[in-house]
Design a protein around this ligand. Structure first.
Ligand code: AMP
Length: 317
């Protein structure tokens, strides 16, 4: 049994973690990035591919694939869902994540406070963020202070999602849901650093939200406790709605306002790049495990325990 992933996003995190746990690894890598991954000592893992989509045609029956953000970007959710790839994660959750209505339904079921969504301009009663479908890096989004401003900005031929704009601090919290240990672990927190919304000097109201990197964040312990409860509630809500478990990593994406109200605007049902900040360990994972454990390693530990408990095939279904 090997652990594999495509060479992008959090591949260094995943492959190094699998190696630390003694797994054979495969890193599907496009030619131009081979020198980069070799420079991290991963030459024995590299399997050269011309495009990431090529993994759909390969025989990977002895590989547990760890999906990350680039899988959906480069291969597409539908192709992944229709494939026989042995993905570590919940495929149904991936479907819910892809669909705006289902996504909101799950967040509400978990008891999260979510930004209001307006169905028309007339309903707007404060700052608003207008999002376009499938925008890369938020290009085409705009923020507006009020209805009049929003009306002026809107392109009549574009179908926008109008959402309450929450002024506050972005907080991205990652979790690991362990089936073998029957517990939800809060793994880490980070801030997504986005250009050009995060620049201190900005002269327009059409910022972009392209993620450049992530900054580490250690939360006040009382706030961390709230996020822990949210992680547990998320796993339970998905179980209530789908009667399925969530194996492994997920992320809850929030903004906290000045009243310290946590608003959740997104989630990811897989490893996120924010966990790259926490190699070789997050403070929380260190406390939970008593040794340095980064997300890639945490995943490999779980896979090893699932194999030992004869549960892996069930989880990969
Ligand atoms: P999204 O395309 O929904 O992932 O949003 C891209 C970025 O926009 C996020 O990373 C946040 O920085 C920001 N954002 C999204 N929704 C909101 C909101 N309701 N209030 C404030 N900022 C938001």
């Amino acid at each position: 049994m090997k652990i594999g992933t495509i060479a992008s996003h959090s591949a260094l995190n995943i492959i190094s973690g699998a190696k630390a746990e003694g797994f054979h690894t495969q890193l599907y890598c496009r030619p131009n990035r081979i020198p980069f991954y070799k420079s991290f000592g991963l030459e024995d893992s590299i399997v050269e591919v011309d495009s990431f989509e090529q993994i759909l045609e390969m025989d990977l029956s002895d590989v547990v694939l760890i999906p990350h953000g680039s899988f959906v970007t480069y291969i597409g959710a539908q192709k992944l869902l229709n494939s026989d790839l042995r993905l570590f994660g919940n495929k149904e959750l991936l479907r819910w994540e892809e669909n705006r209505k289902l996504k909101s339904k799950l967040m509400v079921e978990a008891g999260f406070t979510v930004p209001k969504e307006y169905s028309s301009l007339g309903e707007i009663n404060g700052p608003v963020i207008a999002k376009t479908h499938g925008a890369a890096g938020g290009r085409g989004y705009f923020v507006a202070k009020n209805t009049d401003w929003a009306k002026e900005k809107m392109n009549p031929s574009v179908d926008y999602i109008l959402q309450e704009y929450i002024v506050g601090t972005k907080v991205f919290v990652t979790y690991f849901n362990s089936l073998t240990r029957n517990r939800t672990e809060v793994f880490s927190a980070d801030i997504r650093y986005e250009t050009d919304i995060d620049s201190s000097l900005r002269f327009n109201d059409e910022p972009t939200f392209t993620v450049i990197g992530n900054l580490p964040l250690v939360l006040r312990e009382s706030i961390l406790a709230e996020y822990f409860d949210m992680g547990v509630a998320f796993v339970e809500a998905f179980h209530r709605l789908c009667n399925q478990k969530i194996p492994g990593p997920f992320c809850i994406e929030t903004v906290i306002d000045r009243e310290q109200q946590i608003y959740t605007f997104e989630f990811s049902g897989r490893i996120v790049a924010g966990t790259n900040v926490w190699i070789p360990s997050s403070p929380y994972s260190y406390l939970q495990h008593g040794e340095p454990v980064w997300m890639g390693r945490r995943i490999a530990i779980e896979i090893r325990e699932l194999i030992e408990q004869n549960q892996l095939d069930e989880v990969l279904k």
